[in-house]
Design a protein around this ligand. Structure first.
Ligand SMILES: C[S@@+](CC[C@H](N)C(=O)[O-])C[C@H]1O[C@@H](n2cnc3c(N)ncnc32)[C@H](O)[C@@H]1O
Length: 211
């Protein structure tokens, strides 16, 4: 990481997810019913050699394309413990490693597809992370993102800004990220955006690397 602040923010994010790893699936039980079809749709677009960033407890594993080669990384080792157990239970072969989206340990143009679901809300420097995806995905590959973002309405958006520091501390995720803008700022080419959920607060983004 570049400087002390970045390093500290990353260590804090890791500590937060390690802390909630045991209850993460329980916390997400209610929302998961809504997320499932979106996850399914996103994974329907994933091809070839796939990188899943921020696998968490492995909620996407059931949606990985049959027979696909998938490498999964996560910052939080305690999330990975759950992910490994889930992979074992469903008999999936996934190369799972501890890693940081902001500094990926893969050569340029390693993957056909990179996928991240509900991850760039918590990556401390999302632009840096998105640039890393740009780097490791092949020029004709795709970057597939599913994430909640700041609601684009004056009062609700402002309330989200005010609540954000508390939510980040408790839950690890920012509720006011402008992920579509971040994808553009990172230099990726947006192929499509689907606006989902209440007040369109979830975005399914299909992007292409720009080399
Ligand atoms: C809200 S959870 C989502 C997990 C999973 N993708 C899902 O859809 O359920 C966010 C995950 O991103 C991971 N994460 C946060 N920052 C990261 C980073 N810089 N690099 C890799 N993983 C990160 C967290 O450890 C956590 O497991």
């Amino acid at each position: 990481m570049g400087n002390e602040t970045d390093w500290q923010a990353t260590a804090q994010t890791k500590a937060r997810y390690n802390r909630i790893a045991r209850i993460y699936d329980l916390m997400e039980t209610l929302s998961e019913g809504r997320f499932k079809p979106w996850r399914e749709k996103l994974w329907g677009l994933a091809l070839g050699n796939i990188l899943e960033v921020g696998v968490g407890t492995g909620k996407n594993f059931l949606f990985h394309p049959h027979g696909a080669t998938v490498t999964g990384i996560d910052l939080a080792d305690q999330m990975l413990v759950r992910a490994r157990e889930r992979a074992r239970q469903i008999g999936a072969t996934i190369d799972l490693r501890e890693g940081d989206a902001q500094s990926l340990d893969f050569p340029d143009d390693s993957f056909d597809t990179a996928v991240a679901t509900f991850v760039f809300c918590s990556v401390p420097d999302p632009i840096r992370g998105l640039r890393e995806l740009n780097r490791v995905v092949k020029p004709n590959g795709r970057i597939l993102l599913l994430d909640h973002v700041r609601i684009d309405r004056p009062i609700i958006g402002r309330v989200m800004d005010l609540l954000n520091p508390l939510i980040v501390r408790l839950w690890g995720a920012n509720i006011n990220r402008r992920t579509v803008e971040n994808v553009k700022r990172a230099g990726l080419e947006i192929e499509s955006i689907e606006h989902l959920g209440p007040m369109q607060m979830v975005k399914l983004i299909v992007a292409r690397p720009r080399k």
